[in-house]
Ligand binder design. Structure first.
Ligand SMILES: [Zn+2]
Length: 221
């Protein structure tokens, strides 16, 4: 899964409003944000195999440190500890929301991936393989993204149209990934994933922060 993960960010934002959306954007993609540099370092591995699924060409044959179930639990626990350390002990509940957001990545990946997600180390691999159904996989991405966003926008009064446009832009990127040409190389795939996650987190920070400035301006003026 790719942009659908952000639906969880929006839903999490509604249950923990003090956590910045950009933090939740990084959290839901944390396993991939760590995966990409590990691929670039040659520690985790994939091959580009056109046709391996209907939705993409990713043969993800070695990713025990980021996408095994055990690793996902450990990274989620790590996120809890780091968030609580940075935000303060009294914000334990927020840290829990961030940790759940991190773990949600594995659950949603489980729905779409081929059986390439190890339960531990590099063995006992699972994945329901929705990527084999291009339109179904795309529909799931859209349902999770816009479902989460709609849930969040119910509590938001400003900039709702801007959020919606951003959601549509995310879906456009997803359509290009699902229907466009395969990545030119394994390294290119890792770099473009990392670039996309950085850009999306930056955009959502601007959208959210800009709204706050606007409201502050309206209140003081
Ligand atoms: Zn992933």
């Amino acid at each position: 899964m790719f942009v659908g993960h952000y639906g969880v960010s929006f839903a999490a934002k509604r249950s923990a409003p003090r956590v910045p959306l950009w933090v939740l954007f990084i959290a839901v993609q944390l396993l991939d944000v760590i995966w990409a540099p590990l691929v670039l370092l040659g520690i985790e591995k994939l091959s580009i195999v056109p046709g391996i699924t209907a939705s993409n060409a990713l043969f993800l044959y070695y990713m025990p440190y980021t996408h095994s179930l055990v690793a996902a639990v450990l990274w989620s626990a790590g996120a809890f500890i780091v968030y609580r350390f940075l935000a303060g002990r009294e914000r334990e509940r927020e840290a829990l929301v961030v940790a759940i957001a991190v773990f949600s990545h594995w659950i949603l990946d489980f729905l779409v991936h081929r059986p390439d997600l190890p339960l531990y180390d590099n063995t006992s691999k699972v994945g329901l393989g929705l990527w084999n159904y291009r339109v179904g996989a795309l529909a799931l991405e859209a349902a999770v993204l816009f479902g989460g966003m709609a849930w969040y926008l119910k509590t938001r009064t400003s900039r709702r149209a801007a959020f919606l446009i951003f959601g549509i832009a995310l879906m456009a990127v997803q359509v290009r990934v699902s229907f466009g040409p395969p990545p030119v190389s394994e390294r290119a795939e890792a770099w473009s994933a990392l670039g996309a996650y950085a850009v999306f987190a930056g955009v959502i920070a601007a959208l959210e922060g800009g709204g706050r400035r606007l409201r502050a301006g309206a209140e003081s003026g």
